[in-house]
Design a protein around this ligand. Structure first.
Ligand SMILES: [Zn+2]
Length: 192
């Protein structure tokens, strides 16, 4: 089966036992949101105990507080009533393995998938690439705990985010499945 067929097959089975989920309200029933990485090893529904309708989950590469993540979080509280937010980065994140300069050079070289070796990513594809990557801040991570503190702090200080929202900072450990709190981040995110 192709991925396309696998997805549709899985969806048939999901919809067949959809039950009363059609009754779910639009606003998250448990009034919280999670901002986390798109990493395939992370399943927020499982690691944080979510069912359909419980919470907002916003994902991007790194789980970073990008302008677009903040756009979603503002909609999350302003229109849909969340009042506690978790910023959850993780160990062994791919965003630790490159810099803006590396990403820009890789994309300038070709649009094929790069290879990850002991010395980091290297480009193996045939060109041409594009210099358009120069205009994107890739929001890479050099220190895991610091990136959580930085993102919680950015959200906390954002003029569209009210002080009453509590923001917690965590690192998910991909070797154990545990959420480890980053005390300086949660401190920065305290509700006022
Ligand atoms: Zn990641």
């Amino acid at each position: 089966m192709s991925i396309y067929e696998e997805v549709l097959w899985a969806n048939d089975s999901y919809a067949a036992s959809f039950g009363d989920k059609s009754e779910l309200a639009l606003p998250p029933a448990r009034h919280f949101a999670i901002l986390t990485c798109m990493d395939a090893r992370l399943d927020p529904a499982k690691y944080a105990g979510l069912a359909e309708g419980d919470a907002h989950v916003i994902r991007n590469a790194g789980g970073r507080a990008s302008d677009d993540a903040i756009r979603s979080l503002v909609i999350s509280y302003k229109l849909l009533g969340t009042n506690e937010w978790f910023v959850i980065h993780h160990t062994n994140c791919g965003m630790e393995f490159f810099t803006d300069e590396v990403m820009r050079a890789l994309l300038a070289s070709s649009l094929e998938t790069a290879e990850l070796g002991a010395d980091g990513f290297s480009d193996v594809g045939a060109g041409p690439g594009s210099s358009e990557a120069d205009y994107i801040d890739w929001l890479t991570i050099s220190d895991n705990a610091k990136s959580v503190v930085d993102d919680v702090t950015r959200i906390r200080r954002h003029p569209l985010v009210p002080g009453r929202i509590a923001i917690y900072g965590f690192i998910y450990d991909v070797s154990t499945g545990r959420l480890i709190e980053v005390p300086d981040a949660s401190k920065a995110g305290l509700a006022t």
